[in-house]
Design a protein around this ligand. Sequence first.
Ligand code: PAF
Length: 279
Amino acid sequence: MTEVIRSAAALRDRVAAWKRSGMLVGVVPTMGALHDGHLSLARAARAQSDRVIVTIFVNPMQFNNPEDLKKYPRDEAHDLALLEAGRVDVLFAPGPEEVYPEGFATKVTVAGVSEPMEGAFRPGHFDGVATVVTKLFGMTQAGRAFFGEKDWQQVQVVERLVRDLNIPIRIIACPTIREADGLAMSSRNVRLTAEERAVAPALHRAMKGAAGAIRDGQDAAAALAAARGAVLAAGFASVEYLDLRDAATLEPVATVARPARILAAAQLGEVRLIDNIGV
Ligand code: PAF
């Protein structure tokens, strides 16, 4: 049975009781519209913690586009059924006034890793993520937090944040879960039309092609340009970025001397898809 908690005070009491019994608490922060990717994070949390909290909060502060916030899929009843099946102990689903009460005036900004790519195309996005994640860590008092590698840049931002602010929580990054045709699972995928859904795997296909070419010693700039062309030819409206970057610093790299990743964002109809793979 998953208990639904909406107030930070009630959550604090529940977690304090667990901690008095020596339990390790894991948290999976989400914005709901749960899919197998989220459930894989909950499974990892189940395996590595004594008690599991999944948070659902569609965080207005991280949406730079009001239309995107309005259209973000929401279905708490369905999410709760999935969490029950996944043996999650608590669903923490606070309202906006619980997270951002009257007079709220603090913003957490992580410089460096939050600036390129998503940071450049979605101004303010990572301030919103860093602020809400700091709040969720404070409210849940969890010892471990589970994030999907699908949002690779977000993971780097959160890792920097907990190091810089001495937040006593271990960040565990879990592999991206993909559909059979390679499309990375995302809550936004439900907004793709049938035609767009058929086109969507071209992004991952092109990135895989570029990663293979770079591994085989081909020129990275040429491989990335070919991948951008393939994504557009498949029917995407635009490619915001499709870059080769250092996996940890997210600085652009021209060759692979240290772990590197290809990261991409591209627009398909009304939906903006992001993805990343190791090279
Ligand atoms: O990845 C997400 O769903 C969100 O960015 C997060 C981490 C829950 C913060 O709102």
